[in-house]
Design a protein around this ligand. Structure first.
Ligand SMILES: CC(=O)SCCNC(=O)CCNC(=O)[C@H](O)C(C)(C)COP(=O)(O)OP(=O)(O)OC[C@H]1O[C@@H](n2cnc3c(N)ncnc32)[C@H](O)[C@@H]1OP(=O)(O)O
Length: 205
């Protein structure tokens, strides 16, 4: 059966999303991006067919928002949901995700990532290439667990966090809302809302 996915956001992240979607069984992938208005009609291997504001006029079986910036991702996810459009989640077949993981819509799990038992991934979360999320973790809406980063068991990450590439978080840690964990950091104590933490052990910037 033919299945058509509409992706909002034709950037580098959008390419990863399109590629993941095809591996996950979507037979047709197309983009909505404001660059269409300036005459761009292709993004790498896929067509751009309209601006995002027009996406609801095109008949897709599912929609996905591929925008790395968390607040913009939230805006477009909510725009789709407000119109009753099917915001889907995408899991690469080369990722390992426990059947006991709870997914909200708009989640992306990229190749090589592992999400273990009894985790919750809230709306619009990105679990990027080779990231590891161990048992009983919660990742808040629109947060990004970057490539190669690792959350040990029972970690909670608030909404709109950026857990940087190659970072690691000790078991049981609570990371607040809007936190940035720098690339390669090791988080060994709780992090309040809004901070950027760097290094090993991670300290506030
Ligand atoms: C598929 C993808 O591409 S997904 C994207 C993956 N990318 C990431 O995960 C990147 C994560 N981002 C970072 O680590 C960034 O460096 C941030 C957000 C922590 C800081 O960024 P900025 O605020 O722009 O900091 P800036 O680059 O100006 O550096 C400020 C200082 O912090 C230091 N610094 C920056 N990042 C780090 C880090 N991760 N660890 C230790 N020190 C750091 C810099 O060396 C600099 O030090 P100096 O003042 O002594 O020269």
């Amino acid at each position: 059966m033919s299945r058509r996915l509409g992706i909002i956001g034709a950037g580098g992240h959008g390419k990863v999303v399109a590629d993941t979607a095809e591996r996950a069984g979507w037979s047709e992938v197309l983009f909505f991006d404001s660059r269409f208005v300036e005459g761009e009609v292709r993004h790498a291997h896929w067509p751009i067919i309209a601006a995002p504001e027009e996406s609801h006029r095109h008949d897709c079986d599912g929609y996905f928002v591929a925008i790395g910036h968390g607040p913009a991702r939230q805006l477009w996810c909510e725009w789709l949901l407000d119109r009753g459009l099917p915001l889907v989640s995408l899991v690469d077949p080369a990722a390992t995700v426990s059947q006991y993981t709870v997914f909200e819509p708009g989640v992306l799990v990229v190749a090589g990532a592992v999400v273990n038992v009894d985790c919750t991934l809230e709306r619009g979360v990105i679990v990027n290439t080779l990231a590891g999320i161990d048992h009983d973790c919660t990742v808040g809406a629109y947060s990004h667990i970057c490539p190669g980063s690792a959350l040990a068991g029972s970690v909670s990450v608030g909404e709109h966090c950026w857990v940087g590439i190659g970072s690691q978080v000790k078991q049981g840690i609570h990371i607040g809302r809007g936190v940035t964990v720098g690339a390669g950091a090791t988080v060994v104590s709780d992090v309040p809302d809004g901070l950027t933490v760097l290094g090993t052990p991670a300290r506030s910037k």
